[in-house]
Design a protein around this ligand. Sequence first.
Ligand SMILES: C[S@@+](CC[C@H](N)C(=O)[O-])C[C@H]1O[C@@H](n2cnc3c(N)ncnc32)[C@H](O)[C@@H]1O
Length: 236
Amino acid sequence: MLAARTSHHSLAWDVGTGNGQAALGVAEHYEQVIAADVSEGQLSFAMSHPRVRYVHTPESMTEDEMVALMGGENRVDLITVATAAHWFDLTKFYKLAKRLLRKPGGIIAVWAYNDIDVSPEFNTISERLREKFSHFRSADAKYAVEGYRNLPFPFESVGLGHEGQPMQLEIPKELLFEGYLKIAKSTSTFELAKEQGVDLLSEEVIEELESSWGGPSKVRTVTYKAFMHARTVTKN
Ligand SMILES: C[S@@+](CC[C@H](N)C(=O)[O-])C[C@H]1O[C@@H](n2cnc3c(N)ncnc32)[C@H](O)[C@@H]1O
């Protein structure tokens, strides 16, 4: 959908790439993808692909160094940020993005998800858990919880979503309970609570969730509740 809207397909930049799972999808449509992350630890899980170049971009890198790394201004056809934009210094990131994007014709897309629809019974338990998680949530995570409705996104519309109303995306995926648990345990909120001595996923809670899931070997088709802003820029 995004590739159909950029005028060229030479270069994409996947920011906050982690293990590169979004970059791999982008690489199906662009000649080169530069997949960047501030964390060398995350990049150690990167999945290799002939058209994806992984780069470590520490916080200390200047804007001009980033532009040089990307080969100059006005060259990037697509910028993607999957489940990461809410952690960024957005003023800094958007200024850089505006310099890098091809004008006209480049697109910037940021997306995330804030819920996984499993089954009515399971959702009731996870809803109760979300309420407990909410007491430990950082301010940045709130952007994602609110479905990016309040995430600043100062770009020009391409007809995908509206101001304050990101596109809603329902993404199906087959998942084991183990996968679901890994996701829940990898959230910043879970970590923040742990630092304060609170285990949001105690053995008891896990058992209740697993039993409602249908056991450890049950593969469920779940739906990720995702949302996306995608826009363009015509001037710096
Ligand atoms: C939740 S992970 C998402 C990873 C990947 N995009 C995905 O969809 O699986 C968020 C990533 O953003 C990275 N990150 C956070 N702040 C960043 C920044 N300022 N610049 C680049 N990456 C950043 C983190 O290191 C982490 O790998």
